[in-house]
Each structure stands twice: as C-alpha cells, then as structure tokens.
Design a protein around this ligand. Structure first.
Ligand code: GLV
Length: 346
C-alpha cells in the first residue's frame, strides 16, 4: 500500500505529478480552503501534508494525522500558519518554498509603490465610473520616485530584490533594518543599517518584508505612523498582521501619510465592512505576491520534493530550519541551482 499525502488545494501539475509517482495523493478539490473539521479528518493517516498559508497547522492537526506524519510542506515562503515548535517536538519536518518567488513578490511590491505614488486606484475608479471629464493640470498629482529614499524593513531576499529594482530603475537611496548585520548589502547599496525610527523618519517609500511573529505583530502602529513623512508611501507584501490596520486607517484618512499599497491584510480577505477598502489612497491586492505561472510551478515542485524527502526520513531540501541545519541548506542550494533557470518542471 502506498503512503498517503493530503494536499490542501489544487496546485500546479508539476508538483502533483511528482507526488503521484509515489504516494496516494488526496487533493482538496474545492475553491475555498478546507475548514478545520475537514483538515482534521482528511489528514488522518497521512505521511505528508501540503498546506497553504491559509491553513492553520498546529499540534491538534499533527496529532489528528497520527504518529506516521513525517513532513509538512507549506506552499509559501512564509510559515506563520504552522506551529513549527510543535512539529519539531514530534519529529516532523517543516518545509517552505523560498527563492523561487522572490522576484515575483518583489515585482508586486514595486507595482504597489508605483500604484500608490501615482494614484492608480483613484484613477482607474474615475475612468470606470465615468467621472473622468478632462485632462487636469492639478488633479491626481502623485510623487516622483527618482532619487527619493527607500526604507526596507527586513532586508532578506525579497527586501533586497525590491531595493535592487528601485535603485536600478529609479535611483532611489536605500536605508534598511535587519535582524543581523548585512555587510554585503551595505556594500551593494552603499548604505548602512539604521534604527526603525530613523528609517520611518527618513523614508519616502517604506516596504515591509519581515516575518510575522510575536515581535513583529502590529510593529507599524500609531507611534510609527506619527514618525513617517507626510508624503510617505507604505507598501506591505509580507503579512497583514505586521500593520495595525486601525492605525493605518487613521493615518490614511487624515492624510498624515500619502498612500499605502497592500498585497496582504489581516484577515484575508478584509471583512465586508472594512473602511480600508473605501479609501482612495489605499490600493489593496488579493495577496498575489507570488502569483506567476513560473513561481507557482516551482513552488509546487519544491513542496513535493520536501514531502518526498521527509517521507523517506531524509533531510528535506527546503527546511524552514535550514539556517540551523547545514545539510538541508546544501541540498537546497543544489536544487535551486538546478531549477532556478529552468522551466520549473523536474
Ligand atoms: C506568500 O505570502 C508566501 O509566504 O509565500
């Protein structure tokens, strides 16, 4: 009998085919995610679980699966939906899909910067609602980006890719925060790490690229908005929970900052009566950061590779603990070298 895998949504074929070669694969077929009850029942007896960022995977899910569960592969680079400590306690490997979505997500952030700086949302609405009457010398005025200051909060892979694009395209000056010293970044962007308060006070564009955890939840709140420039643009392609949305609403409504561009909110989607959706200076996308054919194909292959390795009791190639796990890191680097310029198919 083949081992069982539960895949919590239909994902690209490249990954599903790999899984089907060796497992009995149960794929959730519905458009909306499985609810709690469905997850708890469908994971019973699986060796591997392929989860999405909208699925909360905690100790209860792991225990419902049973002691044969060897790996959880998140179809995302972020993994705040998974209780990694509970997995480690149970000897379950947890993997994610880094690198292959860096460019796609950075492109989304750059798109949001442009949309926010130049009023794309209000402009599109005017055209659609037939309110646009004439070329206006003083209407819909945005801000130039050339030579302005870009603040990257969380200078990891995606933050650095955003900086590269905005420096290369618009000659922006970069300041950043990071958990660790980044001499190569200082050198590349001729800059240096600054405190969060300095970043907020100096930046014309602030782009968030930090994990969501207890330290970063609501890290951008009333106090932080008060430190920003009146022309500041805030872009979030990380996780919605990093911003206190009540404070964001106040800052946008009172125009104490210029605009925001959000690919992520808390919750997703926003409640029907969320006032954020009504603001002309707030562009909101439905979490499409990694939504390119190429990125999603590669993510599906990586998630499959993680489950294949985990079920064989081997170190998984894309472990969320790879910083702590040098063997997994080496395997991941070899895999990336092989797939990063290819079609994403094995
Ligand atoms: C998407 O948000 C991801 O974490 O991959």
């Amino acid at each position: 009998m083949r081992n069982k895998i539960f895949v919590a949504r239909i994902i690209p074929d490249a990954g599903l085919q790999l899984l089907r070669q060796q497992f009995d694969v149960d794929v959730w077929q519905e458009f909306l995610p499985p609810n709690r009850e469905a997850i708890l029942s469908r994971v019973k007896g699986v060796v591997g679980l392929l989860s999405l960022l909208s699925d909360r995977i905690d100790a209860e899910v792991m225990d419902a699966a049973g002691p044969q569960l060897r790996g959880i592969a998140n179809f995302a680079v972020g993994y705040n939906n998974i209780d990694v400590a509970a997995a480690v306690e149970r000897g379950i490997a947890v993997g994610n899909t880094p690198d292959v979505l860096t460019d796609a997500t950075a492109d989304t952030a750059v798109g949001l910067v442009l949309a926010a700086a130049r009023h794309f949302q209000a402009s599109i609405l005017q055209v659609r609602s037939l309110q646009w009457k004439t070329w206006e010398p003083m209407g819909l005025l945005g801000h130039d980006l050339n030579g302005k200051t870009l603040g990257i909060v969380g200078m990891g892979r995606i933050g650095a890719a955003v900086a590269r694009k905005l420096v290369g395209g618009w000659g922006m000056r970069v300041v950043y925060t990071s958990r660790s010293p980044k001499p190569e970044i200082d050198h590349e962007f001729n800059t240096t790490q600054v405190s969060m308060d300095d970043l907020l006070a100096q930046s014309d564009v602030i782009s968030l690229h930090t994990d969501l955890n207890e330290q970063t939840k609501h890290m951008i709140g009333d106090r932080e908005f008060a430190l920003m420039k009146p022309n500041a643009i805030l872009v979030n392609t990380a996780r919605g929970g990093v911003i206190d949305q009540v404070a964001l609403y106040k800052a946008l409504k009172s125009k104490s900052i210029f605009a925001a561009g959000l690919d992520v909110t808390d919750p997703e989607p926003l409640p029907n009566d969320s006032p954020l959706r009504e603001l002309e200076n707030c562009t909101i996308l439905p979490h499409i950061g990694s939504a390119t054919v190429e990125a999603r194909d590669r993510m599906s292959v990586m998630a499959a590779q993680n489950l294949i390795a985990a079920s064989a009791g081997q170190p998984i190639p894309f472990s969320v603990r790879r910083v702590l796990d040098p063997i997994a890191n080496q395997i991941g680097q070899r895999f990336n070298a092989k797939f990063s310029h290819g079609s994403g198919s094995p």
